[in-house]
Design a protein around this ligand. Structure first.
Ligand code: ADE
Length: 478
């Protein structure tokens, strides 16, 4: 992971992050860190990087020109680095410009799940504001994420950038000595950490809990989980509520793991809000896809879950796991389009060997009409465009022409796989899906896809690549 910090105070950033664990991680090459002085890029003769705000008001604003020039220099350097190491890069994704995080109290509040998402990037650029802010035009031009570290105002964005870099770095493999510790500490499974003790066995008359000296690892693990749960319940009831819902939801969904992998994965990635869960069913709302996902043990439970979905939500989208839910939704919401899918899951951990002879890239916006025509009306045009723009699609071209494409759906499945007719039978679908599977595995996710019922070619491909088919159906309803 390479961090690039655009700042007026590069020393503060470098000195703040070169000690202890992060210092060691930089030395060992697990992460790299550069602070770029925005002032070095100003065209002002006196080195000025700020000016008065138009319309008046207190304080000074950072000007667009030096910020933009500093960003251009950094992105150019990153792109050149990628070109030089292109033989090693697998993802078509890596050619895109890196995310730019502007640290501001107006942004989305940083938390562990955002840290996990950002830890998957290869390069991250942080833009630190100072004075009264930065000219809006350059923010519009370069910033992808506005992020705050909490509801309070600091004098500048350097400390927030350092906080985020610290938190993200410890999730990068190798940075922590014991790979497990990042996983099991506070916030894993939405729980706070259990209490810990070291020598001496008795301190100031207080003894270490005797169970920790028992040598019975299973009992110690159980005790630690109980402690973590109790602590979370008392200190962070908000987190505890999330934890118990997750636990209940997973207990139901795990009964049919293959069939429910779509719901299990959105919960694990913390991208869904669990609206209700018990031993008879789960209702959740997936934030990226804006889809309601439902599974119920029986019709009665199904009705109770569906009654929790607001009637007035505009253009609702559903992915439901039972035919009685499908029928009830069609009645309740007057839904028109139902797509029946089978779910296929790659349950192995081992990456697949990638077929040779294909260069996988990302499609261009200009290729949208071809994608749209080839893929038919299965997805709205705006959705396909958004997938292309956010570089969630991969493509193969031949002689500069688009020959095949595939991608990641908003909720996290792989799909949209299509080979244009003239290019069929050459292994392009295998190459694209293999790459998608390997990207999933790189990210620590479970690869899965949903195949339209009756699509024999796709089912054969899933079988060939070793995916396992769940017995049930998923009904996508819009
Ligand atoms: N800049 C000033 N205050 C901030 C905060 N709370 N989070 C991120 N950036 C900031």
């Amino acid at each position: 992971m390479n961090f690039h910090v655009l700042t007026l105070f590069p020393k503060m950033v470098m000195q703040g992050l070169d000690a202890s664990i992060l210092g060691r991680a930089v030395q060992k090459g697990y992460i790299s860190l550069e602070a770029v002085n925005i002032r070095d890029y100003t065209v002002d003769r006196h080195g000025k990087a700020d000016d008065y705000p138009y319309g008046g008001g207190a304080g000074m604003l950072m000007q667009a020109q030096p910020v933009y020039a500093a960003w251009q220099a950094v992105t150019k350097k990153i792109a050149e680095g990628h070109l030089a190491s292109d033989n090693h890069s697998r993802k078509g994704e890596e050619s895109r410009t890196p995310r730019v995080i502007y640290t501001t109290p107006q942004g989305r509040v940083f938390d562990q799940s955002l840290a996990e998402e950002l830890a998957r990037e290869k390069d991250l650029i942080f833009l630190c504001g100072h004075y009264e802010g930065i000219d809006e035009r350059v923010l519009e031009a370069i910033v992808t994420d506005q992020v705050s570290i909490g509801d309070y105002v600091l004098t500048g964005g350097e400390l927030p950038a350092m906080v985020m870099i610290d938190c993200i770095s410890r999730l990068v493999p190798g940075v922590l000595k014991n790979e497990e510790s990042a996983e099991y500490e506070s916030f894993h499974d939405s729980l706070l950490e259990y209490p810990q003790y070291t020598r001496p066995e008795i301190w100031e008359g207080k003894a270490v809990p005797s169970i920790l000296l028992s040598g019975d690892h299973a009992r110690v693990d159980r005790w630690r989980l109980e402690q973590a749960e109790e602590r979370t319940r008392l200190r962070r009831p908000d987190l505890y509520e999330i934890h118990t819902r997750e636990k209940k939801a997973l207990a139901f969904l795990e009964k049919d793991r293959l069939g429910h992998m779509d719901m299990i994965e959105v919960i694990r990635k913390k991208q869904a809000k669990i609206r209700y869960a018990d031993e008879n069913g789960v209702l959740l709302y997936d934030l990226p896809s804006k889809a309601w996902m439902v599974s119920a043990a029986d019709e009665d439970m199904g009705e109770r879950l569906l009654s929790r979905i607001p009637r007035d939500c505009p253009d609702p989208l559903f992915a439901v796991h039972q035919p009685f839910l499908r029928d009830s939704i069609c009645r309740r919401f007057g839904a028109e389009e139902v797509n029946t899918c089978l779910q296929a899951v790659y349950t192995k951990k081992k990456p697949l060997p990638e077929p040779e002879g294909f260069t996988i890239c990302v499609p261009d916006e200009a290729e949208l009409p071809i994608i749209r025509e080839a893929y038919g009306t299965l997805e709205p045009e705006a959705y396909l465009l958004e997938r292309i723009r956010s570089e969630k699609m991969l493509a193969i071209r031949e002689n500069g022409k688009l020959a095949a494409f595939a991608g990641f759906h908003a909720e996290g499945s792989m799909g949209m796989l299509h080979v244009l007719e003239a290019y069929r039978g050459r292994g392009m679908a295998t190459a694209l899906e293999t790459r998608l599977i390997n990207i999933f595995l790189d990210n620590g996710d479970v690869p899965f896809c949903q195949v339209f019922e009756g699509n024999q070619a796709s089912l054969a491909l899933q079988k060939k690549l070793g995916l396992r088919l769940a017995p049930g159906r998923i009904y996508w309803i819009s």
